[in-house]
Design a protein around this ligand. Structure first.
Ligand SMILES: Cc1ncc(C[n+]2csc(CCOP(=O)(O)OP(=O)(O)O)c2C)c(N)n1
Ligand SMILES: [Mg+2]
Length: 199
């Protein structure tokens, strides 16, 4: 196993930095912490919070990216959530949506359920898997400087892009203002499609 680099980045600071540039991008969150972090950065009708389902965030992002090729789609999820649906990376790699970026907030833990270590704590390299699955861009971030150079790439339609951000194990309050899944879905559809959402 390669020598481990200590993760120092703060998850909320990284997510705030990404979302500060969101413009009209469509954001899909994973469940648990990534969902709460994105909500805490500022609620937005163009955010689809998958706050109860696990393993589907990247696939929801792919569907959106294919249906809305002119919009940038950014999935922000956790390492545990991404590991549960790893096959999604192969499907995204073969579909090749240029407007899709997957951001994994990698604390090497299933934090919400009690801080159990995930496979990335034992060296599984998700960016390497994404690269092998033919993502146009992939990488792992440990530093502020790497964050700075990666944020514009997440908004560039030269994807698909995958980035794992190695973050420290800080736990933030587990709360979100919106809790009704049907409302979250309808609000997102209406923001995206207008009246056509209900045709
Ligand atoms: C199908 C399914 N299995 C298990 C859970 C329980 N669960 C909720 S959050 C979570 C951990 C998620 O870990 P990760 O994606 O790494 O998020 P973070 O560490 O940022 O909290 C688990 C196992 C669930 N919600 N759904
Ligand atoms: Mg995690």
């Amino acid at each position: 196993m390669a020598k481990k680099i200590k993760a120092t980045l703060d998850r909320r600071a990284c997510i705030n930095q990404i979302l500060a540039k969101r413009g009209d991008a469509l954001i899909v969150t994973g469940l648990g912490s990534s969902c709460y972090d994105v909500g805490a950065a500022g609620d937005h009708p163009n955010t689809f919070y998958l706050w109860g389902g696990m393993g589907a965030a990247a696939m929801v992002g792919l569907g959106l990216a294919l249906a809305q090729p002119k919009r940038q789609v950014i999935v922000i999820t956790g390492d545990g959530e991404m590991l549960m649906g790893l096959g999604a990376l192969a499907t995204i790699g073969t579909q090749g949506p240029r407007n899709l970026a997957i951001v994994v907030i990698d604390n090497e833990l299933y934090s919400e359920t009690g801080m159990q270590p995930t496979h990335t704590s034992r060296g599984v390299d998700m960016a390497g898997i994404a690269k092998a699955a033919q993502f146009a861009r992939s990488g792992t971030i440990y530093t502020e400087a790497q964050m700075k150079s990666w944020v514009p790439k997440l908004y560039s339609p030269a994807g698909p892009a995958f980035v794992a951000i190695k973050v420290n194990n800080t736990r933030y309050p587990m709360s979100i203002r919106l809790r009704d899944g049907a409302h979250i879905k309808n609000r997102f559809r209406e923001a995206l499609l207008g009246n056509a959402a209900f045709d």
